[in-house]
Design a binder for this molecule. Structure first.
Ligand SMILES: [Zn+2]
Length: 416
């Protein structure tokens, strides 16, 4: 049966939400959210559960060498590249129950819905769970999709290290998700990602669907600061080479850049590590992570140039050496016009109110956009609160975007 009318095809909201709520039991945090860091035991548990759901829906699950999971619903023409739908099941250390998760499970619900109605598609549809989207354990974020998209090497992906020095590849093996499939290197028809907005706009305006047209340009840096240990008492002020002081000056300088470009510009020091971090000794090593964003790529380049000045000034004042040990970034990606158009058309067809919106957060979709036609859709989250255990979504606020995605993906998979 392939003649289901578009307006008759809709997800089973109750089934979808009960699946989201089952995920919310795996890796509980301390305040009602989730602590499901990449490649930990809770991550393994949710992966096992997801695999079980997919197999019960008749999907064929494959896992690649970085633990990315693909659940394939075969198409009438299996040789055509698949339409990918997905997001991530890992969370921040104090994360919410919906960030990433609704996107993966929306894909599963779409497959289940197509099964219910006996709908065949011309192209295969694959539901994907990207490993380590958050970067909360292994930096940087979105590392596994970056390798899939050919932006980084497999060795780079496997050699990411956590704070204890455990390598991504070791941790992946330990949870049994070092799969046999190669990472990327195959054609993808298109990629669709549904995600909570992680901002307040949709919730405040009571609009259930945001069609994402593009993203903020982003730059990330890891700065290593090198000073020298000495006694905190007798060492004269002029002789001190305090790495922590240098790092602190950078933190303040980076924050000032954000204020100069506010409200659109944002710049943040998210993390400082300090060694030996003991009473009585001037620290000799510090490392800090910097994040800068602005909707205009040219402006974020200016912000990055000012960041260079901050480093030079701080290293002089603190009498320490500074170097950028790692950097990453993505431009103000514009999503594929055809895929974005499909989302708008689907929203109109099923009568779901929508607005165009720009993403301020990073997503695997930005990596995929470099290799295949890509689009994203946002659903509201309460007050825009996210990366926080209080993150919350009302089920009825999420259903419209899943249905929009269902119809857009169906059209894309069936196009001539
Ligand atoms: Zn996310």
């Amino acid at each position: 049966m392939n003649d289901v009318k578009a307006n008759e095809l809709a997800i089973d909201g109750q089934r979808f939400w009960s699946t989201v709520m089952r995920s919310a039991e795996i890796g509980p945090g301390v305040a009602g959210g989730l602590r499901r860091l990449a490649l930990t035991e809770p991550d393994r548990e949710v992966r096992d559960e997801f695999r079980g759901w997919c197999e019960a829906a008749g999907l064929e699950v494959t896992v690649d060498a970085l633990g990315n999971m693909f659940a394939r619903r075969e198409g009438r023409e299996p040789d055509l590249p698949p339409v990918l739908i997905g997001s991530h099941l890992d969370t921040q250390i104090a994360g919410g129950r919906f960030d990433g998760i609704v996107g993966v499970l929306a894909g599963l619900e779409i497959a289940r819905t197509l099964n219910d109605h006996g709908v065949e598609t011309r192209r295969p549809i694959e539901i994907v769970n990207w490993s380590n989207e958050e970067g909360a354990r292994f930096g940087p974020p979105m590392s596994a999709s970056a390798v899939f998209a050919g932006l980084q090497s497999l060795d780079w992906g496997l050699s990411r290290a956590d704070a204890d020095g455990v390598l991504f590849g070791e941790a992946l093996k330990a949870i049994g998700y070092d799969g046999p499939a190669p990472v990327g290197g195959r054609d993808i028809d298109s990629y669709f990602e549904l995600h909570i907005e992680q901002g307040p706009i949709l919730d405040a305006e009571r609009i259930p669907v945001g069609v994402v047209t593009g993203s903020y340009a982003t730059r990330g840096f890891v700065v290593k600061v090198t000073g020298e240990t000495s006694h905190a008492g007798p060492t004269p002020m002029a002789k001190r080479r305090n790495a922590l002081v240098g790092a602190a000056m950078v933190a303040v300088g980076v924050n000032d850049i954000g204020w100069r470009y506010a409200p659109d510009g944002k710049s943040t020091v998210t993390r400082i590590d300090n060694w030996p971090n003991l009473i009585g000794i001037v620290p000799s090593q510090a490392s800090l992570t910097v994040d800068m964003r602005h909707p205009d790529e040219a402006v974020v380049r200016k912000m990055a140039a000012e960041f260079e000045d901050v480093l030079a000034d701080a290293s002089k004042r603190a009498n320490v050496d500074m170097r950028v040990a790692e950097s990453w970034g993505y431009g103000a990606e514009r999503f594929d016009a055809d895929c974005v158009g499909l989302l708008r058309a689907a929203a109109q067809e099923i009568g779901a109110p929508y607005i165009d919106i720009v993403s301020q957060a990073g997503h695997d979709a930005f990596n995929l956009a470099r290799m295949a036609p890509t689009a994203m859709i946002f659903c509201p989250c309460k007050d825009g609160i996210t990366h926080n255990e209080a993150e919350d979504c009302a089920d009825a606020d999420v259903f419209p975007s899943v249905n929009v995605l269902l119809h857009a993906a169906l059209r894309r998979a069936n196009r001539a």
